[in-house]
Design a protein around this ligand. Structure first.
Ligand code: ARG
Ligand code: MN
Ligand code: MN
Ligand code: MN
Length: 306
């Protein structure tokens, strides 16, 4: 597989600085070597360059860095569209606002190919606020709503050539959902498996059911992995830690099942804040999870299935 690495050093969407260093930390933790060891070809497309802030003003005074994130979204969308013309793009965040761009570009690509785009959102949070409902004003809290065509982004974020059907989104690992997001997720028909569901059923059957849907529609699957999907005890390098996250074993199982499915077309690695890390352990874990997704195994399995 040709892996195409795209750096997106964005930090203005998070409440604190540091995610700008994410791509460097993932590279330092050995991402490229890990992929090559698994037999993949790696093409490093370098970093997306920030564009001039777009002069947009919004009535929600809580919003932070809207001109900057709006500009980043446009350039990341274009880069994601280009990078997805062959191979598997891997986007290195950057805070989760980069997914406004990656999803915009990937949705455009999928529409062009007449393939349905599915999204697996691995996160403590759904990031399903609109510009009107966010009260923190941190724009890493809005990318999934934007890409899913929720109202109120027009004129502020770039117009979307194609949206992601909310019914083709599965959010797994949620444990911090704001009231406005809860309502919007339910109304839009997003599949939500919160940590309560993980506790009750385990990750495997929840993920398997979603993968079966992707396969049945011959979909393209995008995986968006937020560091805070993971429990803070194993992944401290994130500004928005929430207790009770995925364990080491659960996270690797998710990645291995995704690998076995053969359905994953693109990946975001987001919210890594190296300033908050402990001797690189979170960056290393994110690289190891990526390796599991890209085929690293403890033992060969008798069958390749999910
Ligand atoms: N819902 C909260 C907010 O809107 C938290 C969002 C956290 N998002 C993230 N990508 N870490 O501020
Ligand atoms: Mn997130
Ligand atoms: Mn999160
Ligand atoms: Mn919020």
């Amino acid at each position: 597989m040709l892996c195409r690495i795209v750096g997106a050093p964005v930090q203005d969407g998070a409440g604190r600085m540091g995610c700008e260093m994410g791509p460097s930390a993932l590279r330092t933790a050995g991402l490229v070597a890990a992929l090559r060891e698994l037999g993949h070809e790696v093409e490093d497309l370098g970093a997306v360059q920030p564009a001039a802030p777009r002069p947009v003003v919004h009535g929600n005074v809580a919003l932070k860095a809207l001109p900057e994130i709006s500009a980043w979204t446009a350039v990341i969308a274009e880069r994601a569209y280009q990078a997805s013309d062959s191979g598997m793009p891997i986007f290195l965040g950057g805070d989760h606002s980069i997914s406004a761009g990656t999803l915009a570009g990937l949705a455009r690509r999928a529409a062009e190919r007449r393939r349905p785009l599915f999204v697996l959102w691995l996160d403590a949070h759904p990031d399903f606020h609109t510009l009107d409902t966010t009260s923190s004003g941190n724009l890493h809290g809005v990318p999934l709503a934007y890409a899913a065509g929720q109202p109120g982004f027009s004129g502020y974020f770039p117009d979307l050539p194609a949206t992601v059907d909310p019914k083709r989104i599965c959010a797994l690992g949620l444990r911090s959902v704001d009231p406005a997001e809860r309502r919007a997720l339910a109304e839009a028909g997003v599949t939500v498996h919160d940590m309560r569901a993980v506790d009750e059923h385990g990750v495997a059957p929840l993920l398997r059911a979603f993968l079966e849907r992707v396969a049945a529609e011959d979909g393209l699957l995008h995986v968006s992995l937020d560091v805070d999907f993971l429990d803070p005890s194993i992944a401290p390098a994130v500004g928005t830690t929430v207790p009770g996250g995925a364990t080491f074993r659960e996270a690797h199982l998710v990645m291995e099942m995704l690998s076995d499915s053969g359905l994953v077309a693109s990946l975001d690695l987001v919210e890594l804040n190296p300033f908050l890390d402990e001797r690189g352990r979170t960056a290393t874990l994110m690289v190891d999870l990526t390796a599991s997704l890209m085929g690293r195994r403890i033992m060969d399995r008798p069958t390749r299935s999910f």
